[in-house]
Design a binder for this molecule. Structure first.
Ligand code: UT7
Length: 344
């Protein structure tokens, strides 16, 4: 007898999930490449040609990550036309919570989503995709009906602003998606997630490993982190190798030709990575979603931030097929194929 998941091994069958709303929010403060050049030895020309980034936004004195995430979630709720009391779960994908015990419950409270459970999930730049897949399990099992998935990060807190090899890359932002259980519409086709901790040293935000005396012979580890450290070339090679593999496997599994993809929606880390992946599938540049020139790499926020922008400017329409992939620290990476079903 074929299982529910075997049934999903063709493109005619969809997991019972619909993507019905999205939202995003970005900080007010904009830092241009030229401005960064006043602080570190870099240039607009180098940053633009090597990454595609022109500017990034950072959370300033009167803003917070929780505010941005709440704003993004509210916009997603509004698009989905949901009453906040009908939300069952809120998952916040972030590596930079305001509270290490979790920031999602604060967002739940801000939204007035009094019937929702809320928790944080950490998988760095793959976090949104991992959260989306996690959320989908509750919907597939039938235990929940409406979930808000948020990707929000404030890497500006953890960047060494005097290290030109990393500080030019990152920015802050938040994006959210409203997804619901639905048997009627085309929705999530399939997904795949991967991790390789052996290569985790290429990109990390590691604990400082400083021990302080406690009592007698005992010491304790201080709660403190080092700035982001990245072997850029290694991470680049990882992304241009693994993203085409994972996406290619998904397309093959569900018998979908790359020519049927309406939009390639990748984690926004480097324009050269977007171009390389698109070239592997012969996807024309008009179908490759990119906004990193304005925001840089906003970690868990890039995918929903990009999706929201393209839905609101009416590039993405209801019924469009989206091939999505996230990748980053862990190392971790993943992909999902889904139809967009929101209306705006
Ligand atoms: O979100 C997680 C996923 N992250 C990523 O996907 C990031 C992947 N990696 C990359 O996007 C690229 O590797 C970078 C954009 C980070 C770097 O580009 P690259 O072409 O790999 O440059 P590189 O690190 O090999 O550096 C080339 C040169 C070096 O100088 P020399 O040794 O050739 O003299 C660097 O010192 O560029 C220099 N350089 C810079 N110069 C001006 C490095 N950073 C800068 C800078 N401005 N900001």
């Amino acid at each position: 007898m074929r299982s529910f998941f075997d049934l999903n091994s063709n493109s005619e069958f969809h997991l019972p999930i619909s993507f019905v709303g999205c939202g995003s929010a970005t900080p007010q403060t904009i830092i241009s490449n030229a401005e960064l050049g006043e602080r570190v030895d870099t240039s607009d020309e180098w940053i633009k040609s090597r990454t595609g980034i022109r500017q990034r936004r950072v959370i300033g004195a009167n803003e917070s990550l929780i505010d941005l995430a709440t704003h993004a979630a509210r916009n997603a709720l509004k698009m989905a036309k949901w009453d906040e009391k009908t939300i069952d779960l809120i998952i916040l994908a972030t590596s930079t919570p305001e509270d290490l015990f979790g920031s999602a419950p604060k967002i739940q409270s801000n939204l007035g989503a009094s019937n929702a459970a809320a928790f944080d999930l950490t998988a760095a730049c793959s976090g949104f995709l991992f959260a989306l897949v996690t959320a989908s399990q509750y919907l597939i099992s039938g235990s929940m009906k409406r979930i808000i998935v948020i990707g929000a990060d404030q890497l500006s807190k953890w960047v060494d602003w005097d290290d030109r090899s990393t500080c030019v890359l990152f920015g802050d932002g938040a994006g959210a998606l409203a997804i619901e259980a639905s048997h009627e519409n085309k929705g999530l086709i399939g997904y795949s997630l991967k991790s390789d901790g052996n290569r985790g040293g290429c990109l990390n935000l590691a604990h400082s490993n400083i021990f302080e005396d406690l009592v007698n012979e005992a010491s304790h580890q201080r709660g403190d982190y080092l700035p982001i450290r990245m072997e850029g070339k290694e991470v680049y090679k990882f992304a241009v190798k693994e993203v085409p593999i994972i996406l290619g496997e998904l397309l093959e599994k569900y018998n979908i030709h790359s020519g049927s993809i309406d939009w390639l929606l990748l984690h926004q880390a480097n324009q050269r990575i977007l171009d390389a992946v698109a070239a592997r599938f012969s996807i024309p540049s008009e179908k490759v979603l990119s906004n990193l020139e304005n925001y840089g790499n906003t970690s868990a926020a890039t995918i929903p931030l990009m999706l929201d922008e393209a839905v609101r400017d009416k590039r993405i329409k209801s019924g469009d097929l989206i091939a999505c992939s996230g990748f980053g620290a862990g190392l971790s990476w993943g992909a999902a194929l889904f139809y967009w079903h929101g209306s705006y």
